[in-house]
Write a protein that binds this ligand. Structure first.
Ligand SMILES: Nc1nc2c(ncn2[C@@H]2O[C@H](COP(=O)(O)OP(=O)(O)OP(=O)(O)O)[C@@H](O)[C@H]2O)c(=O)[nH]1
Ligand SMILES: [Mg+2]
Length: 448
């Protein structure tokens, strides 16, 4: 594990500076060998030094080298960071020389993996490092930074603590029935405890909805019959001509996507092929994709034409979206009204004067409570892996509650409670499988 690793930590391209990072027992001694400047073996920790990287008596680059001695470093190992000139040729050359000197090229995320394995951060925090690097929006950044600070892990540990206290009481009752000070856990007093844990887990899941929206944005499918103006609406929302608009029904064949940010949240609009019965093979594939989008999206905007009477196909679509989060947008309200509609929550507008498009955006803000997200604490779970584990943990607690109803013995019920505890431990990495680490860190960039 403790071999010395190196990687380019900055993005490889044209830039003023590149950082090549080295971590491990031999980090300082190996870099000292190729550094012409102060003797790095004798310098203090957390200092930076001017000099040259040399190889076979040739000066490769003029650099600044930072020496960081264990344990107060990112990996808790000795770290040396070579600040070379930027650009692909110089950066790669410095890396090559390090490798030629017996330093291994790091795997993706290996520095952060070491930070985890050496106990500097937990698994949830390690994941947050990746989210932080990949964040596009300011809210994503804040969310990741909060997780990295350990606020989210603290909430998970808190629930684990409640569970472990319950488990401890059960164990004491089983192993030392004569020990009278311990609270006796019975089928009568178990349900309130389990319900408390259930409540905590449900709360984490409820809060995580905010995290998911920030991380993934909101997928909004624009659906409707041909020619009602779906592509025109997409273009108006994006404020650019992304999709082709013509008066020929069936213009859009494939999905067209575009993104805007509202209240710090990415709205990912998907314009779809107009839905109708068709014999045209290409159009048919497009229509099938449109129908798929109804299921796959977080929100459906069903577009109707104000200038036409409601058709059977419209009625069919109204039925299809009934149980889905949706907004009905009645387009072309610049033309005479022929549409009669019973629906309540409807936005009217048109893409000629752009009337109603702000109402449409406001409706989305209202539906997903985006104002509240912007002002919330953002100390919530957001990783899909972690949300999955909380759900599984909740399932185990529900099983335990069912088993109480079935009057199973307390020690049998404890098996599910223990499982819930273990699953939560996988979030922070208190319990984990080696493959999990491999998969998780392989999603990182090199050099982090
Ligand atoms: N008067 C009026 N015409 C509109 C409006 N919105 C779109 N149109 C016109 O309606 C026609 C169809 O518009 P599109 O945006 O291509 O419609 P679509 O729903 O994407 O159609 P398909 O791709 O065929 O499914 C075009 O001629 C547009 O200029 C509107 O609000 N008012
Ligand atoms: Mg279209």
């Amino acid at each position: 594990m403790n071999d010395t690793i190196c990687a380019i930590s900055t993005a490889l391209g044209v830039g003023a500076i590149s950082i090549i990072r080295v971590s491990g027992d031999e980090a300082i001694s190996k870099v000292a060998k190729i550094f012409d400047g102060k003797n790095l073996l004798e310098v203090e920790s957390h200092t930076i030094h001017y000099g040259h990287i040399v190889s076979d008596n040739e000066i490769i680059d003029e650099v600044l080298v930072t020496v960081l001695k264990a344990p107060k470093t990112y990996t808790k190992e000795d770290i040396v960071e070579i600040n070379s000139h930027g650009g692909i040729a110089t950066t790669k050359k410095v890396l090559e020389i390090l490798i030629a000197n017996g330093i291994r090229l790091a795997d993706k995320g290996e520095f952060t993996k070491r930070a985890f394995l050496n106990g500097r951060i937990d698994l949830s925090q390690a994941e947050a490092v990746n989210s932080l690097i990949k964040s596009h929006t300011d809210l994503e950044r804040k969310l990741a930074l909060n997780t990295l600070s350990g606020k989210v892990s603290a909430k998970i540990r808190n629930v684990r603590q409640i569970i472990v206290e319950l488990l401890a009481n059960i164990e004491v009752n089983i192993d030392f029935p004569e020990y009278e000070d311990a609270l006796e856990i019975t089928l009568e007093n178990l349900p309130p405890k389990l319900k408390e844990i259930k409540g905590e887990l449900e709360n984490l899941l409820e809060e995580s909805k905010i995290g998911t929206i920030i991380e993934n944005g909101i997928k909004v499918a624009i659906i409707g019959r041909p020619n009602v103006g779906k592509s025109s609406i997409l273009n108006a929302l994006l404020n650019k001509n992304k999709a082709i608009v013509t008066d020929i029904a069936g213009t859009t064949r494939d999905i067209v996507e575009g993104e805007i940010e509202i209240k710090g949240i990415a709205l990912k609009f998907i314009d779809t092929a107009g839905i109708r019965k068709t014999e045209d093979l290409v159009e048919k594939i497009g229509v099938d994709k449109s129908l798929e989008m109804i299921t796959e999206s977080d929100l459906v905007i069903l577009v109707l034409n104000n200038n036409e009477e409601l058709t059977e196909e419209d009625k069919d679509l109204l039925l299809k979206i009934k149980d889905k989060t949706h907004i009905i947008f009645v387009n072309k309200n610049d033309l005479p009204t022929k549409l009669k509609l019973d629906e309540k929550e409807v936005v009217f507008g048109n893409t000629v004067s752009l009337d109603g498009l702000d109402d449409l955006k406001n409706k989305i803000v209202e539906l997903f409570d985006l104002e509240q997200i912007e002002s919330s604490n953002l100390d919530v779970v957001s990783s899909a892996r972690e949300i999955g584990l909380i759900k599984e943990s909740l399932e185990s607690i529900n099983n335990a509650l069912n088993n109480v109803n079935k009057l199973l013995p307390v020690d049998m019920i404890a098996i599910d409670i223990k499982k819930a505890w273990d699953l939560l431990g996988e979030i922070t990495g208190e319990s984990y499988a080696e493959e999990l680490l491999d998969t998780l860190f392989s999603e990182f960039c090199l050099g982090k």
